[in-house]
Ligand binder design. Structure first.
Ligand code: 13P
Ligand code: SF4
Length: 328
């Protein structure tokens, strides 16, 4: 359900959000792909792993999640006693959509000797059908703890799974899902851009297809890419992930230049995540005011999904991801 914010004209939304955040004892969590104004008012900005950790440990009564639904669901799974609101319930994910639980259950049944290592970008039902969840910043650490002799199903992102297979010489069976955002980068346009900036390294998210990842000097999660931007030599970086992360780079390292990798038309606008973009200041204000739209999960399903998430948090300890504090 999309809440239509009405009659908000004349409101100082930032001041109202700050007032409600205090009144509700709420914490506002934001992913790096959110609009700059949402990143800037958040109590915490991070990647999927950092946001899960934050959701599990906060003592706020309300979590307002500026991200997509699987992220808010994860917060509710880990913090069932808290109210979790998502500004727009339509903020989904193409990876989650690609993996219906019934089909995933049938796939698992067809491969009874395989364990399911599953990317966090999936539904609560698919998490409940999985053995261990991974994020892009924890996947490598976790995979290396699983014996090479153990057959594995990896879903739903075939590009992240394929990247892990190539890097660690594994043979995981891949679910055929993709992120529509990372799928849209153009190799031809990327090479044209690199020719214009021959000294600039390329950083890519592992959700990108191999024809993009193969040109990258660094491959990693959003927090990994941000860390690379801070530590890389040189002053220009080509960024092959959702371009809103550049906001954090420009805040952290204003003296460097960050260029979004282009899509097929040479214009990187097609790489803005349409789901993340549904969240706005207006909808966040309404969510804090009404405590709706609210995430609700049946307890047996939550407990089943929590097992694979707990396993991730246990196996991922030590993985990068401390997140960045949003400006207050
Ligand atoms: P990370 O922030 O964990 O790298 O994930 C990226 C993503 O696709 C979020 O939807
Ligand atoms: Fe899903 Fe891709 Fe958007 Fe992330 S960027 S939420 S993986 S569609």
């Amino acid at each position: 359900m999309t809440v239509q914010p009405t009659n908000l004209a004349g409101l100082d939304l930032r001041a109202e959000i700050d007032r409600l955040r205090k009144e509700r004892n709420a914490v506002i969590l934001a992913h790096y792909y959110q609009k700059p104004e949402l990143q800037d008012l958040a109590d915490f900005v991070g990647d999927s792993l950092e946001l899960s950790r934050k959701a599990a440990e906060t003592d706020a009564e309300v979590i307002a999640f500026c991200g997509v639904k699987f992220m808010a669901d994860t917060a509710k799974i880990l913090s069932p006693d808290k109210i979790v609101v998502l500004p727009d319930m339509e903020a989904g994910c193409s990876l989650e959509d690609s993996c219906p639980p019934e089909k995933f259950a049938a796939f698992r049944k067809a491969h009874p000797d395989h364990i399911a290592l599953t990317y966090i970008n999936c539904s609560t039902e698919v998490k409940a059908l999985s053995d261990v969840i991974v994020t892009s910043s924890s996947a490598e650490t976790i995979l290396q703890q699983i014996p090479e002799s153990q057959p594995i199903i990896f879903g739903p992102d075939r590009h992240l799974g394929g990247y892990l297979n190539r890097k660690f010489k594994r043979d995981m069976l891949l679910w055929p899902g993709v992120c529509i955002v990372h799928e849209a980068f153009s190799e031809t346009e990327l090479l044209k851009l690199r020719a214009q900036h021959p000294d600039a390294p390329i950083a890519a998210h592992p959700e990108c297809p191999p024809h993009i990842v193969d040109h990258a000097d660094y491959v990693g999660s959003t927090s990994g890419i941000l860390q690379f931007a801070k530590t890389m030599p040189g002053d220009t970086l080509i960024v092959a992930t959702e371009p809103h992360i550049i906001h954090q780079m420009e805040r952290a390292i204003p003296e460097k230049t960050f260029i979004g990798a282009p899509g097929a038309d040479g214009n990187c606008n097609c790489n803005i995540c349409p789901y993340m973009a549904l969240n706005t200041m207006e909808k966040l204000y309404v969510a804090l005011r009404d405590l709706e739209p609210r995430i609700e999960i049946d307890e047996p399903l939550r407990l089943a999904a929590k097992k694979s998430l707990d396993k991730m948090l246990e196996m991922a300890s030590g993985t990068i991801g401390k997140g960045d504090l949003g400006a207050r």
